[in-house]
Design a protein around this ligand. Structure first.
Ligand code: GLU
Length: 542
């Protein structure tokens, strides 16, 4: 019988989710949806030393922002799930709340000879490490050294009984079989063989806090939650032989999931894993959302930097996967349609921050002017600008709108004015906040003039001509549209045989504070006749 596809994303809440982690979640989600299965979110928080407050909430919020909603798990449809229900039969999905489940599995392994009790104190382990170091070796608790340590393989059974009763510092360790070749298949990496003599006896369960370690909890939960494929980062590949051995020891080989280890995200230049330091150095985020760590240190996030979640998700999907052709733009639904693990690359994927921006630009262009105007409105409000729905509503605020729908004195603008600004500046923007950088002077009178442009263009002979153009605009009584105003000014300058470039640059400097920027006609149309004249007069006083 075909097995139902059930995959999980199982992060540990040890800090903000790295974009590589989001990619792992995304690939799991795409795989589940492509195969009509379930995507489960499980929180692996059994290592209390590494627990960071706020990290779980961060993970959940980041996935929601990306539009990745688990079918089952700690967060389903935006609700935090803690108790079992028909929809969430395996709840709780937070391992710290599943504590009572694990001990019996660890004990079963001991009973069947696959694991043993270890009583070595931290001091004894430290001494063993120091001893090995002195001999220029590294101490590994393994098939050889375990015979020199204090455990149920070396101590008499009555002593073992006593220590189990009377002490709490003991652990259960996996008894790695000797000189056995573990044969494994990975969906991305193919066939892998590892000899167990290279592996150590990992701790599975700790009496001190009655908690399992990652390895035990991970295998038990994947089994109980009927996981069909484990898709995770390649940093877990070294754990794969142990996981294989654990499935075998439990007798769960028949239902063992298939494994797929994803390659790393690599830094933009040089070699190595993409780290926060690369982001800080080159000016890009490595986290989906802004994160403030418990010490108060802030890391930037894609969301706060103005990326659209669709752009971020599309960009991430393409980092290490390709659809087999040269298509680059995919919505989440289209990714589900196109995704398959056999198109996931084995080699690391180099992150390119420029490509991330490219995606944002593309998605910005796909949005309607109305939608962008809505998104831009809060930015305008931050700069003390009011946007009103209709000219009539503004009358109550005492606004006197120009033809384009702006009152620059009172800083009140109609939605239509904002939309119209968006329409002709869209091609220049990567982020919504860029509209302010590009077009602030269509909302407020610029306070300063760029000095090098003043030196270059604000020459007496040009100023004289600009003042004449001002008079021409003052007298102009043709239709007030960008095209008509633009053509009239151009013809006027041409007709007088004045140097077009010089006059236009000086005029733009007077209107926008800089000689480079938006088209003259667009500026004049939006700010209106009165403000145009005023800005030229003000510049003339320079
Ligand atoms: N808790 C592990 C992590 O933090 C999960 C590894 C796995 O998916 O097996 O990445």
């Amino acid at each position: 019988m075909e097995r139902r596809t059930r995959v999980r994303f199982a992060p540990s809440p040890t800090g903000p989710l790295h974009m590589g982690g989001v990619r792992t979640a995304l690939y799991n989600y795409l795989y589940a949806k492509r195969n009509g299965g379930d995507f489960i979110l499980r929180i692996e928080d059994t290592d209390s030393h590494r627990f960071v407050p706020g990290a779980e909430e961060y993970i959940i919020e980041a996935l929601r922002w990306c539009g990745i909603f688990p079918d089952e798990g700690v967060d389903a449809d935006g609700k935090v799930v803690e108790t079992p229900s028909p929809r969430h039969p395996h709840a709780p999905y937070r391992q710290s709340q599943r504590k009572p489940i694990y001990r019996k599995y660890a004990e079963t392994l001991v009973e069947n000879g696959y694991a043993y009790y270890a009583f070595d104190t931290p001091e004894e382990l430290e001494a063993a490490r120091a001893g090995a170091e002195a001999a220029k070796e590294t101490f590994i608790y393994n098939q050889v050294t375990r015979l020199r340590m204090r455990n149920s393989l070396t101590l008499p059974s009555d002593e073992v009984e006593r220590l189990l009763e009377e002490t709490t510092a003991w652990t259960i360790r996996f008894k790695m079989p000797e000189d056995t070749v573990v044969k494994m298949d990975d969906l991305i990496r193919g066939h892998i063989e590892v000899n167990t003599s290279t592996l150590d006896d990992k701790v599975l369960w700790k009496r001190a806090d009655e908690l399992p370690t990652y390895h035990l909890a991970n295998i038990v939960d994947d089994h109980l939650m009927e996981i069909s494929e484990v898709i995770r980062g390649e940093e877990w590949l070294p754990s794969l032989p142990l996981h294989f051995m654990l499935y075998k020891a439990f007798g769960w080989e028949d239902t063992m999931p298939r494994f797929a280890h994803l390659s790393l995200l690599l830094k933009p230049v040089g070699n190595g894993k993409l780290s926060k330091r690369d982001g800080d150095k080159m000016g890009f985020p490595v986290f989906p959302l802004k994160w403030v760590n418990p010490e108060g240190e802030t890391s930037r996030g894609y969301r706060e930097d103005g990326y659209f979640p669709e752009a971020f998700v599309n960009m991430l999907a393409m980092l290490g996967w390709n659809p087999g052709d040269d298509r680059e733009m995919f919505s989440l639904d289209e990714l589900v349609e196109a995704f398959s693990l056999d198109k996931v690359q084995k080699a690391g994927a180099k992150f390119n921050p420029e490509k991330a921006k490219w995606y944002n630009r593309e998605y910005l262009r796909l949005k309607s002017d109305e939608e962008l105007a809505e998104l831009f409105t809060p930015v305008l409000e931050e700069h003390g600008i009011n946007v009103v729905g209709c000219p009539k509503c503004a009358l109550t605020a005492g606004a006197e709108f120009n033809v384009a729908g702006g009152d620059l004195d009172k800083r009140i603008f109609t939605k239509e004015y904002v939309r119209s600004v968006i329409a002709f500046t869209k091609e220049r923007a990567t982020f919504v906040s860029d509209f302010w950088t590009i077009a602030s002077y269509l909302f407020v009178t610029p306070e300063e003039f760029v000095q090098k442009d003043v030196d270059k263009f604000w020459k007496p002979e040009n100023v004289e001509l600009v003042l004449k153009v001002r008079d021409f605009i003052k007298e102009y009584d043709g239709p007030w549209t960008t095209e008509a105003v633009g053509t009239a000014i151009e013809e006027y300058i041409k007709g007088n045989e004045w140097p077009m470039g010089k006059v236009m640059n000086a005029l733009r400097l007077a209107l926008a504070g800089s000689s480079s920027g938006l088209g003259i006609a667009d500026i004049i149309y939006h700010i209106g006749k009165r403000e145009t004249v005023r800005r030229v007069d003000r510049a003339a006083l320079m």
